[in-house]
Design a protein around this ligand. Structure first.
Ligand code: QAP
Ligand code: CO
Length: 168
């Protein structure tokens, strides 16, 4: 087990588009375990491989109250079930300390594979749906701050850059 460093906005590596997973091997399963450990330690409810500088299409999440229902989705995709959207106050381990309201479709049909390569399919809504859409965005090089005003995004960028300078 290992804690992995999490990339932070505006790191350019967060803009990488992740490649599909083709090999369902022990190193993939090890990465999934390390990502779960990193997510729980943060603490967070979702983490995409992109955020730990691994540019493959895998994400981990746990939106349960008790934080005891880890889920791993490999090569995830979704379709909207209805066009109804809902606002949600989103945060991100790669944008620490900042929360902004984002509008996303509520109900989605999710397709993915598990760590053995077996197909998974389910309908998600509410927090689970928000989390999956947010994490799939990471795999496409997108961040929740891309959905807010330029002014707000620039302010967040300046504050995080200042924080990063003070850490160095
Ligand atoms: C993505 O986000 C998400 O700013 C997961 O200081 C967000 O786990 C899915 C976190 C909203 C659904 C709804 C953020 C931890 C964790 C912070 C997270 C922070 C410490 C964010
Ligand atoms: Co995020």
């Amino acid at each position: 087990m290992a804690l992995l460093p999490i990339l932070e906005f505006p790191d350019a590596r967060l803009r990488t588009v992740a490649k599909p997973v083709a090999q369902f091997d022990d190193s993939l399963r090890q990465l999934a375990q390390d990502m779960l450990e990193t997510m729980y330690a943060a603490p967070g409810i979702g983490l995409a491989a992109t955020q730990v500088d691994r540019h493959i299409r895998m994400l981990v999440l746990d939106v349960s109250e008790e934080q005891n229902e880890p889920k791993v989705l490999v090569n995830p995709s979704f379709e909207r079930v209805s066009d109804i959207t809902k606002p949600y106050d989103e945060g991100c381990l790669s944008v620490p300390g900042f929360y902004e309201t984002v509008e996303r479709v509520d109900q989605i049909q999710v397709h993915a594979q598990d760590l053995e390569g077996q197909p998974i399919s389910f309908v998600a809504d509410g927090l689970l749906s928000v989390c999956i859409q947010h994490e799939i965005d990471h795999l496409d090089g997108k961040l929740f701050v891309d959905y807010i005003s330029n002014l707000k995004r620039q302010r967040i960028k300046a504050k995080l850059e200042k924080l990063h300078r003070s850490r160095a």
